[in-house]
Design a protein around this ligand. Structure first.
Ligand code: PCA
Length: 196
């Protein structure tokens, strides 16, 4: 079996839950050809990449899929690319709020996801769950994790493919935004993994 490292973010910004990690946790141990290695990642500019790099070294996966919350979006959105810039709208979970800083000084402006994100979006939409490709993972911790992962993997001797999927809020979060039930987010992630 091939090994998929799949991460989900901890709660942040005053929320008590993050459906990204809830959905990752609820996935089965295996999906199709993939054995899942699940990791919760902290919502901090320093800690998120560090946690991912540690997991990469520990589990030596064949692919990496990162999941985060985009509470303003009504659709599941695989991200096409990461951008080498941080603009923190709110402080991270350590109180840091960097503005207009590069993630990797001197690094390329954009790094493209290396898993088939278009196929993932199509597979999710085929279930009748709202899905679309996204050109921007934002400028907060999710984009930082995506860019850091793509940069690190690109530099490695044995690069494995990686991508990021943003998921909507769930009704139980009590936010005034479009929502998707957790069960549908779990189905969407399963379809995305099967599309790899
Ligand atoms: N979403 C935030 C960070 C953690 C998460 O789940 C983001 O989109 O950057």
């Amino acid at each position: 079996m091939k090994r998929l490292l799949i991460t989900g973010f901890a709660p942040f910004g005053g929320d008590k839950i993050n459906p990204a990690w809830q959905a990752v946790q609820a996935l089965p141990e295996t999906v199709g050809q993939w054995e899942l290695v699940k990791r919760e990642v902290p919502v901090t500019f320093r800690g998120a990449p560090a946690a991912l790099f540690e997991a990469l070294d520990a589990c030596e996966p064949d692919a990496v899929l990162m999941i985060g919350l985009a509470a303003s979006r009504g659709a599941v959105t695989p991200e096409r690319q990461g951008v080498n810039e941080i603009v923190a709208r709110i402080p991270d979970n350590e109180g840091n709020q960097p503005q207009n800083e590069p993630i990797v000084p001197g690094g390329p402006e954009i790094l493209c996801s290396t898993l088939p994100v278009e196929d993932m979006a199509e597979a999710i939409a085929a279930l009748g769950i709202p899905a679309r490709l996204s050109d921007s993972a934002g400028r907060y911790v999710c984009n930082t994790l995506l860019y850091s992962a793509l940069y690190r993997l690109e530099q490695s001797d044995d690069p494995v493919p990686a991508a990021f999927i943003h998921v909507p809020a769930t009704p139980e979060m009590g936010l005034d935004v479009p929502t998707l039930p957790l069960e549908e987010i779990i189905q969407a992630l399963t379809a995305a993994i099967l599309a790899i």
